[in-house]
Design a protein around this ligand. Sequence first.
Ligand SMILES: [Zn+2]
Length: 140
Amino acid sequence: MDAHAGKHFPRPTPVSRPYWEGCREGRLLLQQCGTCGKHQFYPRIMCSHCNGDTLAWVPASGQGTVSSYTVVRRPVSPGYAADTPYVIALIALAEGPTMMSNIIGCAPEAVTVGMPVEVSFEAWSEEISVPKFRPLAAPA
Ligand SMILES: [Zn+2]
């Protein structure tokens, strides 16, 4: 059985399609404003900082820190039952924007605010890979 059956699959829009194509290729892309230079997430047609409309897709470092999180122990629907308990977190990306995602690769009890994390993509289908975050490997 498909491990991701019954989950809420993202549906790329004309604005978000480059983002999802990046995810499928294992690259986290953010929009960067040509006017003020700031990054933004989620994808929009204008800069959320200065309303500039010269946005470019640029690769992100894929690194950030957990700014808040919660542990889900009761699934919202049967499609998520096998994943419980799991962590939903807000991740402050190194480039500035905040993303909501899951923390994987460690026990929920090991997650802390301020924990450094890095992106890791989970392929859900041919088209959709979902960015998750795992604890950043300590430098050797
Ligand atoms: Zn801007």
